[in-house]
Design a protein around this ligand. Structure first.
Ligand SMILES: [Zn+2]
Length: 263
């Protein structure tokens, strides 16, 4: 037996992979751990430029099957963000152990590069969700959808779960302007707004919303996505505030190799 062979293990997907050909939703994927080949592939500067490409690369290398299908670029493009994040978290933990160092900025004083020790064993996952079985036609393509209601603001909306190709659209904007990225993501995934179908919704709908509504919507949208909650709690070393650091699944893939080893 090959001592170096990788053991495949199953991962439950919170949304599930929707197969438009059969109308089936598959909730299980089989994955293996990362190897030197995965490291080499994500170290490519073209890949490292974009968080979405880092995730695609890890998924293409390490996910063997989704439901009955082998994994292709089409499959990872069509996978929901909650499923992509869940897979990368499980692959990362199985490959590199439960601890990770991540850095982020303080939302209170703007201090940069706060370092947080992250423990995958404390990571909470939500799902599988039944919402993801609500399949709707959006501009001729079928997507898994969920309701998003803000009774306080008289908002009743339907969104589709963002997928890999949506993540590619915002990958280069998210670090520079996270609000712009959020607006693009919401505009591309809204399916119905207070009964108005997406093809009649103004392209500037979210730009025109009062900020208090937009802020509540932003929080509700994030809370509606199942899968891992990657936020890490820490105390800012500059201002002392207790803050949540936003962590992206791709942050866990780096650093590629420790520059120095602690003795
Ligand atoms: Zn601070």
């Amino acid at each position: 037996m090959d001592a170096m062979s990788q053991t495949a293990f199953p991962v439950t997907l919170p949304c599930g992979y929707y197969d438009s050909r059969t109308g089936q939703v598959y909730n299980t994927a089989t994955v293996v751990t990362m190897t030197g080949a995965t490291r080499k592939a994500v170290a490519d500067p073209q890949v490292r430029q974009s968080a979405a490409r880092v995730l695609d690369t890890v998924l293409l290398h390490c996910v063997k099957t989704v439901g009955p299908y082998p994994v292709t670029q089409d499959v990872v493009d069509g996978m929901t963000l909650p499923d992509r994040d869940t897979l990368v978290a499980k692959i990362r933990e199985a490959s590199m152990g439960p601890l990770a160092h991540v850095t982020g900025d303080c939302s209170e004083c703007g201090a940069r590069g706060l370092s947080v020790e992250y423990d995958f064993r404390t990571l909470t996952f939500t799902g599988p969700v039944l919402d993801a079985q609500d399949i709707r036609d959006v501009f001729g393509k079928k997507f898994q959808c969920f309701p998003l209601n803000l009774p306080k603001h008289n908002v009743k909306a339907i969104f589709r779960y963002p997928v890999g190709s949506d993540q590619h659209k915002i990958a280069n904007i998210i670090r520079k302007n996270p609000i712009e990225a959020m607006l693009i993501l919401m505009r591309s995934t809204v399916v119905e707004w207070n009964g108005i179908p997406v093809n009649e919704v103004s392209p500037l709908l979210f730009e025109q919303l009062p900020v208090n509504v937009l802020d509540d919507l932003n929080v509700a949208f994030r809370d509606a996505l199942p899968g891992p909650d990657f936020r890490a709690e820490t105390t800012c070393t500059e201002c002392g505030a207790a803050v949540d650091i936003d962590v992206d699944a791709s942050d866990f893939i780096f650093p590629l190799a420790p520059k120095t080893r602690r003795k």
